[in-house]
Design a protein around this ligand. Structure first.
Ligand SMILES: *Cc1c(COP(=O)(O)O)cnc(C)c1O
Length: 382
């Protein structure tokens, strides 16, 4: 007889199934696979969901942020104010267009970029603010919009952590110049890899459509349907469109977004109740309506890595979102950062530990994970 498998709780599980298979099947049985009618349909549906007029589907949030910076003319010699408490993609895209990311401190309780710190960091070279809605909680977009207006800056949202969030009646894309989303494997809306940009200005949307397709004046859909017409190349673009295959997987999920969010929210509430009094552990302060992309706790100082190890060994999926970017080797070497410049971001970076969270995670699994976490904190799990 073989021993039963020890219990395992995945960090993330998608809930894609029959609806996505049926939608994908329609696309596979059609003529078009690349950026075409399904992408257009998805862009329309997502735009209606967000209440933003123009959506441009792209291959990833990273590529989307890069062409967004280009579309707003940001490049060499420009500074972009951003947060060190994010995934490396955020500042990396700024470097890729030749500009300089200027990190600012985050709020100690939420990890979100502090609008006062943003204003204090503005210089004559500042061209844009690139903010991040960490874990699915929105930044104070009204305050950031006011700063952007005061100094004539472009305001861009790295909204990789969700489309579902709201704060002060504002959602991603409603106050900014552009919001960029990720449909990477673990995000709240996913097709494995993909992204989208939400913009209000039709001229910017048109430029983004060109930049995602080599700078060509015609996309594939218009080149191959009807009679051949010459296209032109009017600027240097990239190849980073969303495909009809990806769009067909994304489309059926839109109607489930709210139910899935509610399911993650109830898991988060359960975690919060169970973990509120674990010694030395701090929870992220809630603000607004979160997409609940990640559930992160701040482990007792100095013990995060030990807890990662123990939870991992107990077959519980864990992650770190994120170690502060400015202290990663490349950024230290290139910009000369050393510890102590952004104490709040650094403290979160040293203590943050993300626990399993996904739609339909069972109460039983949440109870088990919380119980194991508490046990490892309290008695080292011995
Ligand atoms: C996932 C993520 C990205 C990158 O998204 P891709 O679609 O993989 O390029 C960017 N920023 C943040 C905050 C993320 O979590």
């Amino acid at each position: 007889m073989t021993a039963p498998e020890p219990r395992k709780v995945e960090f993330y599980r998608h809930d894609l199934g029959e609806e996505e298979m049926a939608s994908l099947s329609t696309t596979v049985h059609s003529v078009f696979l690349t950026t075409g009618p399904r992408v257009a349909e998805f862009e329309k549906v997502l735009g209606e969901y967000l209440g933003v007029p123009h959506i441009v589907g792209v291959s990833s949030c990273t590529d989307g942020m890069m062409i967004t910076l280009l579309a707003f003319g940001i490049g060499a010699g420009d500074e972009v104010i951003t947060t060190p408490m994010t995934f490396i993609a955020t500042p990396n895209t700024v470097l890729h267009v030749g500009a300089t990311p200027m990190f600012v401190e985050v709020d100690r309780d939420t990890g979100l970029m502090d609008p006062n710190a943003v204003e204090a960091a503005v210089t004559p070279r500042t061209k844009a603010i690139l903010t991040v809605h960490l874990y699915g909680q929105m930044c104070d977009m009204r305050a950031l919009r006011a700063v952007a207006d005061r100094y004539h800056l472009v305001l861009i949202e790295d909204s990789a952590h969700g489309v579902e969030m709201r704060r002060d009646d504002v959602g991603p894309g409603t106050l900014s110049d552009a919001a960029v989303f990720s449909f990477y494997a673990t995000k709240t809306l996913t097709c494995g890899d993909g992204g989208a940009i939400a913009v209000r200005d039709p001229a910017v949307a048109e430029r983004l459509r060109r930049l995602r397709n080599h700078g060509m004046t015609k996309g594939a859909a218009s080149r191959y349907t009807g009679i051949y017409r010459h296209w032109d190349m009017v600027e240097l673009g990239y190849k980073c469109g969303l495909s009809d295959i990806d769009a067909s997987i994304l489309l059926p999920q839109i109607s489930r977004l709210e139910r899935r969010r509610a399911s993650r929210e109830s898991a988060v509430c359960r975690y919060e109740r169970l973990l509120a009094d674990v010694p030395g552990t701090r929870l992220i302060r809630r603000s607004g309506k979160s997409s609940h992309h990640l559930f992160t706790v701040l482990a007792p100082p100095g013990r995060r890595d030990e807890l990662l190890e123990k939870l991992g060994s107990a077959r519980i999926g864990v992650a770190v979102n994120y170690r502060a970017v400015h202290l990663l080797t490349y950024y230290r070497q290139r910009f000369g950062f050393s510890p102590g410049v952004f104490p709040n971001a650094e403290e979160i970076g040293e203590r943050t530990l993300s626990l399993p969270l996904y739609p339909w995670i069972s109460d039983d699994d949440v109870d088990y994970v919380a119980d194991q976490y508490r046990r490892f904190v309290v008695d080292g799990g011995s």
